[in-house]
Design a protein around this ligand. Structure first.
Ligand SMILES: *Cc1c(COP(=O)(O)O)cnc(C)c1O
Length: 423
């Protein structure tokens, strides 16, 4: 008879050190210690454990509260525990969460219809994340190019961009620090500086299948692409029969106070393909691609797909969000303006603030030095923000943020800035 032994884990859990003087670990410390041992150490997390949220506030296990101005990196657009989302989540979870894309359900088509109406782009493809949406967009460009000529596969993207972590999306991400460990990436990708219309013109030719850009770069530091650059991209895409692809994963779906970022460009520049994700499901994973019929024709039945994408729970929640957003849109712009006013005041007070960039509720505060300590300082004072590109404080508040919450955030920022400025 065989006796089976369980394979031991690589690093056995150390027995608690019987050190009489040592304090027992708090709940939060236990949570962090367990993750450090068993979870892939690919994130540099802040030492904060969160247990629940309500509105724009989140709470740690001890009941301390934090004003959440990052909202899960722009995902929790309606904050936490929004009653209208809870209602549809509870009801739909009791009916059906998932069925796969082998069958129809009511909500995928309804959401697609809704998105078409507000964007002017006729068709949707649903997936589960931003990088997957970019992957679908890149495949559309490739398929479009291959239908013309085998050499038409090049992609033109912007320097300092961020499009996601899958190999395709990473290949068009213009930041060597993300790309370097994973080469070789997709061939035929060219990067041009965001302000260089001539470089864009030189990079696009008849071998170009797609031109990609974030209308407002997010991870790169909250930089809007100059309208002249966007217009030139449209013109070049038309001249050379390429698809123009906007990555609105962070800046889209209400973040700027319009349904989509491209609608804020004057005059509006329509893409052929638009990818979005972050706020759409308010925390339920969902991403999508919108496209015109010209781009949609590149993907006939069987050519692309996903198991989870467009399920009844995610699409129904997104549809409810679209309803709520319709009422909230004017407020997003107004709250952004209110925030800008507060941040401009801080800028006039502290010389280490180089620039304040406020686009709806997409906010960057550029410093003259790394801002990591500031983020930690704010956390101690009960304010969650983020720092991107070392020197840009990034705020992506929930769309439901109130003026008094913005006042509160500004007071905390002022306190932390004051200490920092004299340090
Ligand atoms: C977050 C982000 C992505 C990647 O989305 P994931 O959901 O993390 O895969 C791509 N592009 C932009 C502009 C983003 O902000």
């Amino acid at each position: 008879m065989h006796t089976y032994k369980m394979t031991p884990v690589e690093t056995p859990v150390p027995a608690a050190q019987p050190d009489a003087a040592a304090q027992p670990l708090s709940f939060s410390e236990q949570v962090i210690a367990r993750e450090k041992q068993y979870v892939l150490q690919n994130y540099g997390r802040y030492p904060l454990v969160l247990a629940r949220g309500r509105g724009a506030w989140v709470y740690d296990p001890d009941g301390n509260r934090y004003l959440d101005l990052l909202s899960g990196i722009g995902v929790n657009a309606l904050g936490h525990a929004h009653p209208r989302l809870l209602r549809v989540l509870r009801e739909q979870a009791g009916l059906m969460i998932h069925i796969s894309n082998l069958y129809y359900h009511e909500y995928q088509g309804r959401l697609a219809e809704r998105l078409a109406r507000v964007s002017g782009l006729q068709r949707s493809f649903f997936c589960n994340s931003g990088t997957e949406a970019m992957e679908a967009a890149i495949k559309m460009a490739r398929a479009h190019g291959q239908a013309v000529h085998p050499d038409k596969y090049e992609l033109v993207a912007l320097e300092n961009s961020f499009h996601g972590r899958s190999i395709g999306a990473l290949s068009v991400t213009g930041q060597p620090k993300y790309q370097k460990p994973f080469g070789p990436l997709l061939p035929g990708v060219r990067f041009v500086p965001m302000h260089d219309v001539a470089a864009l013109e030189a990079a696009v030719n008849e071998r170009t299948a797609g031109i990609l850009m974030e209308p407002v770069q997010g991870e790169g530091g909250v930089y809007p692409v100059p309208p002249a650059m966007v217009r030139k991209a449209r013109e070049l895409a038309d001249r050379h029969d390429a698809l123009l692809i906007f990555d609105e994963i962070q800046c889209g779906v209400g973040r700027l106070g319009t349904w989509f970022a491209f609608q804020g460009i004057d005059p509006v520049v329509m893409p052929d393909v638009l990818a979005s994700a972050k706020p759409v499901g308010c925390g339920i994973p969902i991403g999508f691609v919108l496209c015109n019929e010209r781009a949609a024709r590149t993907i006939p039945a069987g050519m692309h797909g996903t198991t989870f994408g467009g399920g009844p729970l995610a699409t129904r929640v997104a549809l409810e969000f679209m309803d709520v957003l319709e009422e909230l849109l004017p407020q997003v712009r107004a709250r952004g303006d209110y925030f800008r006013h507060k941040l401009e005041t801080l800028k006039s007070r502290y010389s280490f603030i180089r620039d304040v960039r406020v686009h709806g509720l997409m906010i960057g505060v550029e410093l003259d030095r790394p801002g990591k300590d500031l983020v930690a300082g704010c956390m101690k004072e009960g304010l969650l923000i983020n720092c991107t590109h070392d020197v840009v404080l990034r705020l992506l508040p929930p769309y439901i943020i109130s003026e008094s919450e913005i006042d509160k955030a500004a007071r905390i920022l002022n306190r932390v800035f004051k200490r920092w400025g004299t340090a």
